[in-house]
Design a protein around this ligand. Structure first.
Ligand code: NI
Length: 133
């Protein structure tokens, strides 16, 4: 993938081009940041990004993000069209019981499972994102 696409990107077509779950595709770069899309279903893993915030936008379906904050644990619900930024350092676990499609915005090189994480199950891809084919 070139650093910048030379044509407008159809997100629906990009989403239709892969099936892997919890395995983001990089659709564009904005300065030092990736714009990634992902299909998700079921549970991700508890993890934290020590040095960066992480932006989520729900394109389809419904996403839940469990958060371990100073005051305790809570879960935010993000229906289609909702956006949320997980602050750096906060342990979080996304889940989507009925499935969802997401757009993420985070620094290039950010690992999906963060800098600290629980054991990564087989259904979760520990990656810095894949090129869109
Ligand atoms: Ni994360």
């Amino acid at each position: 993938m070139s650093n910048q696409p030379h044509h407008p990107l159809a997100l629906d077509a990009a989403l239709a081009s892969f099936d892997a779950l919890w395995s983001p595709r990089i659709v564009s770069r904005v300065n030092d940041y990736d714009v990634r899309i992902a299909k998700v279903a079921g549970e991700h893993v508890w993890h934290a990004h020590d040095d960066t915030d992480e932006f989520f936008l729900v394109l389809e379906g419904e996403l839940f993000i469990a958060l371990r904050e100073e005051d305790g644990e809570r879960t935010v619900r993000l229906p289609k069209g909702a956006a949320f930024t997980v602050p750096r350092g906060v342990e979080h676990k996304p889940s989507a019981p009925s499935g969802a499609s997401l757009l993420l915005f985070e620094p290039t090189g950010t690992l999906t499972v963060g800098d600290r994480h629980e054991e990564v199950p087989d259904h979760v891809d520990a990656t810095t994102g894949h090129a869109l084919s």
